[in-house]
Ligand binder design. Structure first.
Ligand code: FAD
Length: 602
């Protein structure tokens, strides 16, 4: 289906602005055309000019050639669902979507899913890169309907025209090819990039740990450092610098990498490079006062002590201010001095930043005051229709109960008496709890057995023992509830649950018009057809090296040590995306125990 010229103005403008040239015919197709085959079809058309029937046949072949992304074999009545990204959110959405109901297309610069929690293990050769990667085409192979995949990067989104501009990056050496795709529903799951906080020198001199390629580069760099430090002509001072490994960021990824590196160095590399043993040092630099600050204090204290025992230097309260080719500088908050230390290799792991395509899109939809896309609780991007965002590139802008409190009171007060009884409150509380999850968090935190306990306190403070509340008492009863609102963490767990949730909504989209689900009484103009997304926290791990892991499970249950390491092994094996990767990962773990880690510089 050709794209109307009027509807293209924004994206065409942006294509023109791009430096590389694009042939004009490509602008009017959704896929880069191949000139040679295009002219083959022209010749065929001329030969067949005498036959109307043949002409028709050739015509349709030509339009397919120019527009293969629009696939004429697709049911035109089906809505086009365009998914950006093949990470945790995008893959979970695709796995759970009933693709027979939609015309599904996927755009991502990588044609595989990567199991990111095992990336730190790849950096040290514990697990092979291929063991944690699964081709996306294989993951969706069993679907009844074809899912079309384009290995490309989305550069711009135009939500008004419902089009996106993509750039194929298949042959990195050659000129990139741009093309347009249109959609009915856009699912943005492009994740995030590493955040440098604009610290000078970080982009040039530090390693990041986001992708499989990053992990492979880090492994090569570690081995290179050992080889370089072993060269005969170096001074001891230079050897010391080269073998100083610095990890910036005391979050779970930085700490897990530091622990893996420690094990790799002490269990494998020092056996092969005994002459440089005395020069090796690992330092973790953290801007905050302690490491693993999103974990229970018991875990962060245990981790700090374990690192101390292992000889890992922990510098807390030291925000990094500059990195040069040989030195990393930081402000030491305690002494107020600036420290500069020589290093051989740095891994930067300080959190996530916005991808350029998201920054550009946020400008377009006037969400400029944020780092990630704001969505409502149904994962719809605020300020535009039919665009959903999930995973690390988005955050749910949870609605405050105080914003709707008068409305809730009015709905609940069925007899219009101006006061609310326990019975009236109980009648609506189920709907309210669905819409405002902070109520449940508040009840849990206050150890309240049920929601009516909220009212009892307010009634007493209002000198009314009959538990019948006026609007002011009702407001005061729920006034602290919003304090429990939290943004969801940028984790695979959240991304995967969101992908699963959204796919289920899409699967039921056609059935739900007549019978809306969810808190219907608190719907805004009938827009809500599904229950809002609810995150279910299943716990988190912090591997600390030496076959010890800290686990924080729901209910603040903390376990640290070797038994948690076995739990970690079983959870990560079970969460693999396919049986192939599951078997390979378990095989890699076994191989490591028997033969050690791979220390070749490949
Ligand atoms: P991603 O998984 O990053 O996927 C983004 C996808 O979008 C990729 O396929 C990418 O190629 C594609 N993409 C990027 N740009 C574009 C574009 N312009 N157009 C189209 N596609 C694009 N979480 C946990 O819960 N537990 C853990 O133990 C854990 N460990 C981690 C360890 C490491 C080293 C890292 C880096 C992260 C870890 N996380 C963990 C966090 C977790 O990986 C992320 O929260 C999760 O990957 C987010 O999923 P996502 O789908 O939003 O993004």
């Amino acid at each position: 289906m050709p794209i109307s010229p009027a509807g293209m103005s924004v994206l065409v403008g942006s294509i023109k602005r791009r430096s590389h040239s694009i042939c004009r015919s490509r602008l009017f197709s959704s896929q880069p055309s191949k000139p040679s085959r295009f002219w083959d079809h022209r010749a065929f058309l001329l030969l067949a000019a005498g036959s109307g029937g043949l002409m028709l046949l050739a015509d349709s072949a030509l339009s397919q050639e120019l527009n293969p992304a629009e696939g004429s074999d697709k049911d035109l009545n089906k809505k086009k669902v365009l998914v950006l990204g093949t990470g945790w959110a995008g893959t979970s959405f695709l796995k759970n979507l009933d693709c027979s109901k939609y015309d599904v297309q996927v755009v991502s610069p990588r044609n595989y899913f990567a199991f990111t929690p095992l990336l730190p293990s790849v950096t040290c050769g514990t697990v092979e890169p291929r063991s944690i990667s699964e081709p996306i085409r294989k993951i969706v192979k069993h679907k009844k309907e074809d899912v079309r995949f384009w290995e490309a990067e989305c550069l711009e989104i135009d939500s008004k025209q419902k089009k996106i501009l993509c750039s194929s990056n298949i042959d990195a050496g050659k000129e990139k090819e741009d093309f347009l795709l249109d959609y009915d529903y856009l699912i943005i799951a492009v994740g995030a990039r590493s955040n440098t906080f604009n610290t000078p020198g970080v982009a040039e001199y530090c390693h990041f740990l986001k992708e499989v390629e990053d992990a492979q580069r880090i492994r090569r760099s570690i081995v290179d450092c050992f080889e370089r430090a072993s060269l005969p002509h170096l001074s001891n001072e230079e050897r010391e610098r080269i073998l100083h490994f610095v990890v910036v960021g005391g979050g779970p990824t930085g700490i897990e990498f530091a622990a893996e590196l420690h094990d790799f160095v002490h269990e494998d590399l020092l056996k092969l490079y005994p002459s440089v043993k005395e020069f090796v040092k690992i330092t973790v630099i953290e801007a905050g006062d302690h490491i693993l600050n999103m974990f229970d204090q018991r875990i962060s204290k245990f981790a700090a002590k374990k690192f101390q025992r292992d000889g890992i230097d922990l510098k807390t309260g030291c925000p990094v201010v500059e990195v040069t080719d040989k030195y990393i500088s930081m402000n030491d908050k305690k002494s107020g001095k600036k420290l500069s230390i020589p290093y051989g290799m740095i891994v930067w792991s300080t959190g996530i930043g916005t991808r350029p395509v998201i920054s550009q899109f946020m400008q377009q939809i006037a969400q400029t005051d944020r780092r990630v896309l704001a969505t409502d609780e149904w994962l719809r991007v605020k300020g535009c229709n039919d665009v959903y965002a999930l995973g690390d590139c988005a955050t749910i802008d949870q609605r405050k109960i105080m914003e709707d409190i008068s409305y809730i009171f009015k709905i609940a007060d069925k007899d219009n008496s101006g006061t609310l009884t326990i019975e009236e409150f109980n009648d609506v509380i189920k709907d309210i709890r669905l819409r405002y999850p902070q109520i449940d968090l508040y009840l849990e935190r206050q150890r309240m057995s049920n929601a009516t306990k909220l009212l009892e306190g307010a009634a007493e403070s209002g000198h009314d023992k009959t538990i019948e509340l006026n609007i002011e008492q009702f407001k005061s009863a729920l006034s602290h509830v919003d304090s429990q609102m939290k943004t969801l963490p940028a984790t695979a767990q959240v991304a995967a649950q969101q992908g699963n949730y959204l796919a289920k909504c899409f699967n039921k989209m056609d059935k739900c018009e007549a019978e809306p689900e969810g808190p219907s009484r608190f719907r805004e103009s009938g827009r809500h057809r599904f229950r809002p997304f609810r995150y279910k926290h299943l716990g988190q791990f912090a591997p600390l090296g030496g076959e010890q892991t800290a686990a924080q499970l729901p209910g603040d249950w903390v376990s640290i040590g070797h038994s948690s390491q076995w739990l970690w092994y079983s959870v990560y094996a079970s969460k693999q995306v396919s049986w192939r990767t599951r078997v390979l990962v378990v095989f890699d773990w076994t191989k490591r125990v028997i033969f050690g880690r791979d220390s070749s510089g490949m």
